[in-house]
Design a protein around this ligand. Structure first.
Ligand code: GLN
Length: 512
């Protein structure tokens, strides 16, 4: 009897649990159908794309897209919280559902609808060519052949540039950097959204640039959301309302000074459904395999960059380290100032200063000066690593007992000979482990030069993700390649250390 009672109670418990699960599931499916009124949507944007999204002097977000998003949100009854992120990171963020939508002058394209869903079109746009006013060679798309073209990573401009025969394409992280590279003379032309270039020219910031010829593409901007997102319906509803009640026309008038053109109700590029399970796994594998040749070519560039910078860094660093120990006080002070500056400022800022800042400064002072990307990258990396290596060398030399110098000098060695034959060989054993660490840091730091469009390993990965939006698969492969390289590096340094250690060498000789 007692057993039966216990069984009944257990069954009842399971029933209650089942009911609670059902309840939870049904509430989930409800929230899947529509978003609750008053809900806050997290919306990604990149405020470097005026007049669509940019920041005012006091840091306030503004632009056509921002006004439109705010207006449609209030008519659809939801709130918006903006989250800044790079344009190329938005589609991965939407896929991962870390944001609910994005407002970023994003064109509806056949490739993008494979991974995200777009709202109805809200703006008619297109890509155009920008070049410097003094450039007479570039007159149309065909004249871009064999030229150096600057594009923003992951944009429709970048896609269009791929079709230019013989062109060398340089990718930058955002539109202002791309246009700055054009102003500096680092690229011959830029492909970007025409409205954005024209706005920059009109506002006086890009006075030395002009737009060439007709639009190269016709595209419509849409508001992207994750696939199957409940927010899409609310966004479309809000858009329909502001288009109908004249708010859209008012916002358009405010930013462009004219009446808006007629917009289609639906894009000719339809949203698609996502692939799941085995098929996704299969595509992931084939994407990794396909990306390997491009990643390997990036790896070679990374190695070349590391080798050049490490050699120059060791030469420069050793000289500075010795100056810090032995030169006259003014020189010692300069060496110390150098170390403090390059160690105390971020490498990224140094790269920007050298590649974008120096040519801009020279041009403002009336000189024409452009810096080749490889030169800029190697200069920045070696100047930075020289500062660290100088400290490693200084500490290594200082750690050798003074008695060694005295003994060498008592034997009649000059100070250069003392350094060469007595101090340095001993210091090298102490310098090697931190030098190995510095080498590994430098190898990883080369990924920072991606910002100047250098196509090393990380940038190659970014470029692949900008095309196929498979961020996890690609970045994981990139990480594995870096890991392989750094492991190789630490093995090589460990061998070198062992070969300099007389005790270990002795014991390994005995063993053999
Ligand atoms: N309209 C372009 C695209 O969709 C660029 C957008 C942007 O850079 N914010 O690719």
């Amino acid at each position: 009897m007692c057993d039966r009672l216990r069984k009944v109670i257990a069954v009842k418990r399971w029933l209650v649990l089942g009911l609670i699960c059902l309840q939870l599931l049904s509430s989930c499916s409800f929230t899947n159908r529509a978003i609750a009124a008053g809900k806050t949507l997290t919306v990604a944007t990149e405020p470097t794309f005026p007049p669509f999204e940019f920041q005012s002097a006091n840091g306030e977000l503004q632009g056509f897209d921002i006004d439109l998003m705010n207006a449609l949100a209030s008519s659809a009854g939801f709130k918006v919280k903006y989250q800044n992120m790079p344009f190329a990171g938005m589609i991965p963020a939407l896929q991962a559902q870390t944001v609910d939508a994005a407002v970023a002058a994003m064109a509806i394209t056949a490739e993008r609808v494979k991974t995200i869903s777009f709202s109805r079109p809200y703006f008619k746009s297109g890509v155009a060519i920008a070049t410097r006013t003094d450039n007479k060679n570039i007159t149309n798309f065909d004249s871009l052949k064999n030229k150096i073209i600057g594009v923003q990573i992951g944009t429709t401009g970048a896609l269009k540039a791929k079709g230019i025969p013989g062109a060398e394409i340089r990718t930058f992280n955002d539109s202002p950097l791309t246009l700055q590279a054009l102003l500096n003379g680092n690229v011959d032309a830029v492909l970007n959204d025409r409205v954005v270039i024209l706005y920059g020219i009109k506002s006086g910031n890009l006075r030395k640039l002009k737009v060439i010829g007709d639009l190269l593409t016709e595209e419509f901007y849409g508001i992207p959301t994750p696939k199957g997102s409940p927010s899409l319906h609310a966004i479309n509803q809000g858009l329909a309302t502001v288009l109908k009640n004249g708010t859209y026309a008012q916002i358009y008038q405010k930013w462009f000074g004219t009446q808006p053109p007629q917009l289609p109700e639906k894009s000719s590029i339809e949203n698609q459904t996502t692939e799941k399970g085995v098929s996704r796994l299969f595509t992931s594998l084939s994407i990794i395999l396909k990306s390997i040749p491009a990643l390997l070519s990036g790896t070679l560039v990374t190695l070349e960059l590391t080798a050049l910078s490490v050699v120059l860094g060791i030469i420069g660093g050793s000289l500075i380290g010795i100056v810090r120990l032995q030169a006259a006080p003014p020189l010692r002070f300069c060496a110390r100032a150098y170390v403090e500056f390059f160690r105390g400022t971020p490498l990224l800022v140094q790269i920007f200063m050298i590649y974008f800042g120096l040519p801009a400064l020279a041009q403002n002072s009336g000189f024409t000066f452009t810096l080749n990307r490889l030169a800029a990258a190697v200069i920045a990396l070696s100047l930075n690593s020289a500062a660290y290596i100088a400290e490693i060398v200084r500490a290594g030399i200082q750690s050798i007992d003074r008695g060694q110098t005295e003994a060498a000098q008592a034997l009649g060695l000059s100070s250069v000979q003392t350094m060469r034959y007595a101090i340095f060989p001993q210091a090298l054993r102490r310098i090697l482990p931190p030098l190995g660490n510095q080498f590994i840091s430098l190898l990883k730091d080369t990924s920072l030069v991606a910002v100047i469009g250098f196509e090393e390993l990380f940038r190659k990965g970014q470029l692949i993700v900008a095309e196929n939006y498979r961020s996890f698969e690609i970045y994981f492969t990139v990480a594995l390649v870096y890991l392989f390289l750094t492991l190789l590096c630490s093995q090589a340094f460990a061998c070198w250390e062992r070969s300099l250690n007389p005790e270990e060498e002795e014991s390994s000789r005995k063993k053999s």
